[in-house]
Design a protein around this ligand. Structure first.
Ligand code: NAI
Length: 454
């Protein structure tokens, strides 16, 4: 078997793995990157990017319908052409994938296709088998991502039961879709299907939708989606699939439904290669690989980043972790901080969450003050969206420093950097109030919120 020597072997070519490979290649290290499927991982191939392509189209469809409703456009737009969206999405994904691959080549990274297997380590050298080759390196980065939590589905059902992966491969829209799990994927899928004109029911086991988001925002988002026609069943669990339809159960008893499509979005779990973990005797943290704040595993010179660590499963967490690893390997260590990782749910309208929620403050006994306003306080937002139920909220600690910012409203994903800076710099609400917010913008809502203190 052929052998090659590298400084670093990276296993997994998603955002964590390819970013680490890029950064280390840039620094002149010899890097091997092993990917079993497509470069770009879940984010690029079947997550963030495809969803954004879909949601962009469906949002325009909804906006057009709104204008038609107000008599501004002639015709009420019809249904989206799913086959065309699929084609467009495939083209965008292919284009971005090619540019990531080109970036890796430019930085001298050697790409191996195939499933990597860690054979072990000796004399502080790791051996990884990939594509019939033995790759030797002094450092190892594990970035193998995550996979969907599955639910057992009987064969031969007269309706479709899919996950988000298959959703992104369908060439026709469902008439009626039930979505099990109202977390990030469930909500984004619900938003897409609602704006595309489908009937949508969300089934959520918890008492509210949106998981980690601030409770007030979760309620507001639920109202917005319901106003658009979604049925939301909380504290409701799947009971069974059978030939006559789907059965759910909640406090009131059994609910039977007959959608043509059921989408399962009940979470993801780290994709850990048990053999490699055992050979390296890596410590686990829940389902994921344990790492410290430098993204080091329990084995010297083995690092891990991205979803496989079971931390916040977000591409931008993986990117940041990759940078932390590259800095540690290059001798300029800087710890990972998860507390200010912004989180966006790309529903229509978007939900931005950064820092503490009210529930976090109550749980951790942090004295706080929360102020919220409807987005209609921004003239621009009102002109474009009317009274759509969107709102913004700031949370300050006992010293009146901003510790949390939560907002429902399109465009706010782009505001997350400003929010991160304000919180990271421990800005007082009064100081934020002295900033100049351009008019008319959505962000003016934060000027209005600070004015509530006077
Ligand atoms: P999630 O953890 O966000 O939500 C899963 C939801 O399913 C939870 O609300 C849970 O209570 C519910 N659930 C679990 N079992 C259930 C059952 N049997 N019946 C009914 N409800 C049940 O997971 P999701 O949405 O699958 O997303 C996976 C990961 O991908 C998340 O970590 C998410 O952050 C990430 N992601 C991030 C995106 C973004 O940043 N915009 C977009 C899509 C995914």
């Amino acid at each position: 078997m052929m052998g090659s020597s590298y400084d670093v072997t990276v296993i997994g070519g998603g955002p964590g793995g390819y970013k680490a490979a890029e950064l280390l290649g840039e620094k002149g290290l010899r890097v091997a990157l092993v990917e079993a499927s497509e470069i770009g991982g879940t984010c690029l191939n079947m997550g963030c990017i495809p969803f954004k392509t879909y949601l962009h189209a469906s949002r325009i469809n909804r906006d057009a319908a709104l204008l038609a409703g107000r008599g501004i456009l002639d015709a009420n737009p019809g249904r989206l052409h799913q086959a065309q969206i699929l084609k467009e999405k495939d083209g965008i994904v292919r284009g971005l994938r090619q540019s990531v691959e080109a970036g890796l080549r430019q930085r001298g990274v050697t790409l191996y296709r195939g499933t990597a297997e860690v054979l072990g380590d000796s004399d502080s050298e790791f051996t990884v088998r990939a594509e019939g080759e033995l790759l030797k390196s002094t450092r190892l980065i594990i970035a193998t991502g995550s996979e969907e939590k599955r639910i057992t589905v009987p064969d031969g059902l007269p309706y479709r039961v899919i996950t988000s992966k298959e959703m992104l491969e369908l060439d026709a829209l469902p008439e009626e879709v039930d979505i099990i799990g109202a977390g990030t994927i469930g909500l984004e899928a619900a938003s897409y299907y609602l704006d595309a004109g489908c009937r949508v029911t969300l089934v959520e086991a918890a008492e509210r939708i949106g998981g980690h988001i601030d409770g007030e925002m979760a309620k507001a988002l639920a109202r917005i989606l319901e106003k658009r026609g979604a049925t939301i069943l909380t504290e409701t669990r799947l009971e069974r699939f059978d030939a006559d339809g789907v059965a759910y159960r909640n406090r009131e008893g059994e609910i039977r439904r007959n959608p043509d499509t059921v989408l399962i979005a009940v979470g993801r779990r780290p994709k850990v290669d048990r053999n490699s973990v055992e050979r390296l005797q890596l410590r686990l943290d829940g389902d994921g690989i344990w790492i410290d704040e430098m993204c080091r595993t329990s084995h010297e010179n083995v690092y891990a980043c991205g979803d496989v660590t079971g931390k916040l499963m977000l591409a931008h967490t993986a990117y940041r972790q990759a940078k932390v690893i590259a800095d540690a390997i290059c001798g300029t260590p800087c710890a990972m901080d998860y507390s200010l990782v912004p989180r966006v749910i790309y529903t229509n309208p978007e939900v931005l969450t950064i820092g503490a929620t009210e529930e976090d403050c109550v749980r951790d006994g942090i004295p706080y003050r929360a102020d919220a306003l409807p987005m209609t306080y921004s003239g621009k937002y009102f002109a474009e969206n009317g009274k759509d139920g969107a709102k913004a909220k700031i949370i300050a600690d006992g010293e009146d420093r901003l510790i949390g910012l939560h907002v429902i409203g399109n465009g706010f994903s782009e505001f997350s950097m400003a929010a991160e800076l304000m919180i990271a710099n421990r800005m007082k609400i009064e100081e934020i109030g002295r900033l100049v917010f351009p008019h008319p913008t959505y962000a003016e809502i934060f000027s209005e919120l600070t004015a509530m203190r006077r």
